[in-house]
Each structure stands twice: as structure tokens, then as C-alpha cells.
Ligand binder design. Structure first.
Ligand SMILES: Cc1cc2nc3c(=O)[nH]c(=O)nc-3n(C[C@H](O)[C@H](O)[C@H](O)COP(=O)(O)OP(=O)(O)OC[C@H]3O[C@@H](n4cnc5c(N)ncnc54)[C@H](O)[C@@H]3O)c2cc1C
Length: 490
């Protein structure tokens, strides 16, 4: 491949504001779509499939956490998912590297639903450092885990890789145990609207179009399909200097020897640099492998492609075409040049396309870059996330980031919650999606129990219910009591 044929590439290096260093590849030119006018679709009556308290649309990390949490609070919950499994991108997208759940001191702050999952995943389905090493700055340990996606800035973190099939199965069984009604192979189409509020959704399946009525809808589609169609305000600006706007279809190579690959990468830096340069020259789009939950399987979560829209069917198709071609080109190059990949084979390309960003809700509040340094609990804190680097303290996630500015009957969770583009870099990660999902699930159940709008739930009640479900947060009540005590002593 000549320089002219190489796709435009920029290289992002890690900073205190971002998680990854990566190559990013610009999109191919787009053929304009012809304007062919419209056809008229007549109105019709639609069969009601079910009534429920809480309808969760989307079975990714945030949707699973929301459904589990709402059901645990006693709500009658339905979860609608367009594919045949739960876990969303964390399983079907082969995003099997679960980002940091410990803060930079090694304290586990991503708890609740996340902990339940890790307590129940079989030992051989998880690879990562032992709890006694979380937060360790031991040079040897940090060096070892830095090649296994579990040490950054010289600190060992709890950011394991997992077996996607085990997570699919566990998520499914956990939700069924809680009494959640699962509906697979069903694609939510439009929100049902009553007096300006969301009151359920219609969906398409092999049975045609049907409807589910619900007291609260939780939009866990990742792309804000429901809140956008219900007329809620949203934004979609991006941070160019991050990977959070890139798309690609991830894949797995089997038959590899990751120990040999890591020995090469860590022990022969000059050869590794030459290998990468050769790969970019030969393949154009080029990516390095990550470890998986097994030493004989390698994970590729790129090449990351920029400039495509996750809401445009031609762009989605183009990313798939490019990614599948990249997978084949990588196999050839890696087999020929990468120690440990001589016997590699194409094991699986992800059934779900890797979309990091589409829309972000405009909520009554948001997770904001301007607050990263504060380190204090917001009054309506529903969760706490580790910061992107040790430079910042842990960051407070407000309930207001899940509540639309104006629209009622709906909460948003996961990678499309209300946040600015910088904070989206980490709020879209799987652990943070579990957090916001669990918070919204509990809030929705409380709203149903009291017959009130989700935006009006009592924050003390919400915080106490989340704590009872094992979540980590700093409740307002305690902060108020501590401030009063301090004042009394002064
Ligand atoms: C390539 C890539 C690499 C990444 N790397 C990491 C990483 O290393 N670590 C990390 O923690 N995170 C990573 N992320 C981010 C993370 O995987 C996602 O942001 C996270 O999974 C989002 O969770 P979610 O529940 O919001 O949405 P999703 O995981 O996207 O789940 C949404 C679910 O909703 C379903 N759905 C969507 N629309 C409809 C509809 N209309 N009707 C019915 N169902 C619908 C989908 O089928 C899907 O199952 C990465 C993401 C990508 C794309």
C-alpha cells in the first residue's frame, strides 16, 4: 500500500484527560444518498403485548443493571432487546475489557450490580489482578499488569477481562431470577406518548408491531433512540482529541500465544515499533491486540474509525465493511510477523457494531469537566466514578444526569446520559454504565411505588435504597449531619 492509499491517520497519545493512546483513522468519502421522496404508511391499531411498571429498552450493561435494580425494588419489569443476548457491547460487542472499578488508591468504588456480577462469574471467566494488588505501585506488578490492561500511571487497577459468553448467561439468569420479563429479538420503534409523557413503546419483531405500556421507560439503547424520538433535547458534540467518537467492529483471534506476544512487545521495543510501522504500511488501518480472559485468545478493539455516524445506516454498513476487511488483513500480517500469532485464526467478529457515541441527553444536570477537580459529593449523588488519572479525585455522578430537562415518563442510562464531551470519555465505560443503570432502576421503582414522576423521587430515599443494594455513594443526609456537627463545634 502506498502512502497515498493509506487512510488519513492521527495518533493520540495518553494524557491526564484520556484513557487510551491510539491510532484514529478518518472515514472514507461518502456517496450522497439520492432523494427519492417518501411513501405514505397508513395508521393502524397495534396489539398491546404487555403492561408493566418499568420498561427497560436495551439489554446492555446499563439496561441489565436498571432491570435488575428495579425488579429488586419490587417493580414489574420488562426488558426489550433487539438481539439474542444480554450484555450489549460488553458481550455482543466483544468489549470484554471492563474498565477501572477501583480508584487510584485501589478502593473499589464501582460496586452494587457490578460486584454481584463479579461474585458470580466463574473464576476461569475473569482475568485480572487479585484484590490485594489493587492500588499497588510495586514496579514489577505495575509492569506486569500494564501489558494486561490492568495498570496505568504505575498503579495496578481492577480492570479485568471477561468471557463474554459467561457474562451473557449470568446476566440472563440473574434477571430471570429477579422476575424480569425478557423479550429478545424485539426492536423498540417509537415511544408511546400520553399527554406529552412517555408511557411505553412500540416495537417490531417477527410478530410484527406491538406495544408495551409502562409507568416509567428507561432508555438504555446507548444511542438515545427513545428519548430522541420522544422529543427530548440532546447534544452530540465530540472531543476530537479522544477516541470516544470512534466506531469499529471488534474481533477475536484464537490460536495465539499472548505470553510470547507480550514478551516480544515488552522485551523488544525497537522491533515492536518496526512491527507497528510495517503494519500501518501494509494494512492501512492497523491495531495492536489486547489480552483477553485466556492466553490463547487475542482481542482487537480497533482500528478506531472517526467521522462516521452511528445513526446513519450507510455509515454503519461502511464501518462493518472496513472492519471485516481489516480483520482479514490483520490476520495475514500478524501470522507472518507477530511472535505468538503464527497459528492464529479468525475466531469471531463482534455481532454488535462498536458504537461509542451517538447522542447524549440534555438532562437537568450533567457530569461536567469543570467539576472534575472538586472531589465533593453532589447533593443528589447516585454513584461515584474513578477519575481518568490520579491527578483528579473521584467524581460524583448526579441523579440529574439521568433525568431529561423536560420530558417525563423516561430516564436515560448508560453511554447516552447527560454529560459533556470530555466526561463522556469515561461515563460511557461499562462500569459507569452499570452505575447509572442501577441508579435509574431504583429511581424508577420508587417513582412507581409512590405514583410520582421519576424526576420528583426523594433523593434521601433513592440514596438509601441504592446503599441497601450495595452501591457506593456518599449520602446527602450524612454530609448535612457532618456539616451541622462541624458548625456546632466551631
Ligand atoms: C470498540 C469499543 C471499545 C470499548 N472499550 C471499552 C473498554 O475497554 N472498557 C470499557 O469499560 N468500555 C469500553 N467501551 C465502552 C462500552 O463498551 C460501552 O459504552 C457500553 O457497553 C455502553 O453500555 P450501554 O448499556 O449504554 O449500551 P450498549 O452496550 O450499547 O447496549 C445497548 C443495548 O441496547 C440494544 N438496543 C439498542 N437500540 C435498541 C432498540 N431500539 N430496541 C431494542 N434494543 C436496542 C442493543 O442491541 C444493545 O444490546 C468500548 C466501546 C467500544 C465500541
Amino acid at each position: 500500500m502506498t502512502d497515498k492509499q493509506l487512510p488519513a491517520m492521527q495518533r493520540l497519545t495518553r494524557t491526564d484527560e484520556r484513557i487510551l493512546q491510539s491510532d484514529i483513522f478518518e472515514r472514507d468519502a461518502k456517496e450522497p444518498r439520492q432523494d427519492l421522496g417518501t411513501v405514505h404508511e397508513p395508521g393502524r391499531d397495534v396489539t398491546v403485548y404487555r403492561d408493566c411498571d418499568v420498561l427497560v429498552v436495551g439489554g446492555g450493561p446499563s439496561g441489565c443493571a436498571a432491570a435488575a435494580a428495579a425488579a429488586r425494588e419490587g417493580a414489574d419489569v420488562v426488558l426489550l432487546e433487539r438481539y439474542n443476548h444480554l450484555g450489549g457491547l460488553s458481550t455482543g460487542g466483544l468489549v470484554i475489557w471492563i474498565d477501572r472499578m477501583t480508584d487510584w488508591e485501589g478502593k473499589l468504588v464501582i460496586r452494587g450490580f457490578a460486584e454481584e456480577l463479579f461474585d458470580r462469574l466463574p473464576a476461569d471467566a475473569v482475568a485480572g489482578p487479585a484484590p490485594e494488588d489493587w492500588g499497588s505501585q510495586d514496579k514489577d506488578k505495575a509492569h506486569h499488569w500494564s501489558f494486561r490492561t490492568a495498570a496505568y500511571h504505575g498503579i495496578v487497577t481492577w480492570s479485568p477481562t471477561i468471557d463474554p459468553e459467561r457474562l451473557k448467561l449470568l446476566s440472563q439468569e440473574l434477571l430471570i431470577e429477579r422476575g424480569v420479563k425478557l423479550v429478545y429479538h424485539s426492536w423498540a420503534a417509537m415511544p408511546l406518548m400520553e399527554n406529552g409523557k412517555v408511557a411505553g413503546a412500540t416495537f417490531e419483531s417477527k410478530e410484527g408491531r406491538m406495544a408495551i405500556r409502562a409507568k416509567v421507560v428507561i432508555d438504555a439503547t446507548g444511542d438515545g433512540d427513545l428519548f430522541a424520538r420522544a422529543g427530548a433535547a440532546y447534544v452530540n458534540d465530540i472531543e476530537e482529541a479522544d477516541v470516544h467518537h470512534c466506531m469499529n467492529t471488534a474481533w477475536l483471534f484464537g490460536g495465539v500465544d499472548m505470553a510470547r506476544w507480550i514478551a516480544f512487545r515488552s522485551g523488544q521495543p525497537e522491533e515492536f515499533t518496526a512491527f507497528m510501522a510495517g503494519g500501518r504500511e501494509t494494512c492501512g488501518l492497523f491495531e495492536r491486540p489486547f489480552v483477553s480472559w485466556r492466553d490463547d485468545i487475542a482481542l482487537f478493539m480497533g482500528p478506531r474509525q472517526s467521522g462516521y455516524s452511528a445513526l446513519d445506516v450507510d455509515d454503519l454498513t461502511a464501518v462493518e465493511v472496513r472492519s471485516h476487511r481489516a480483520m482479514a488483513a490483520h490476520l495475514e500480517y500478524y501470522r507472518a510477523h507477530a511472535p505468538g500469532f503464527e497459528n492464529a485464526y479468525m475466531m469471531l467478529s463482534a455481532p454488535q457494531i462498536g458504537v461509542r457515541h451517538a447522542r447524549r441527553l440534555k438532562g437537568v444536570d450533567a457530569v461536567l469537566r469543570s467539576r472534575w477537580s472538586e472531589g465533593t459529593a453532589l447533593p443528589d449523588e447516585v454513584a461515584v466514578t474513578p477519575a481518568v488519572s490520579p491527578k483528579f479525585p473521584n467524581i460524583s455522578i448526579p441523579y440529574g444526569a439521568l433525568v431529561p430537562e423536560k420530558l417525563d415518563g423516561l430516564l436515560a442510562v448508560g453511554r447516552h446520559i447527560s454529560c459533556d464531551r470530555n466526561s463522556h470519555g469515561f461515563m460511557r465505560e461499562i462500569p459507569q454504565c452499570w452505575l447509572t443503570g442501577q441508579a435509574a432502576g431504583v429511581a424508577a421503582a420508587i417513582a412507581v411505588k409512590h405514583g410520582i414522576e421519576a424526576r420528583n423521587v426523594d433523593i434521601d430515599e433513592l440514596q438509601q435504597a441504592l446503599l441497601a443494594q450495595g452501591a457506593y455513594l456518599r449520602p446527602r443526609k450524612e454530609a448535612v449531619a457532618a456539616a451541622a456537627k462541624e458548625q456546632a463545634c466551631a
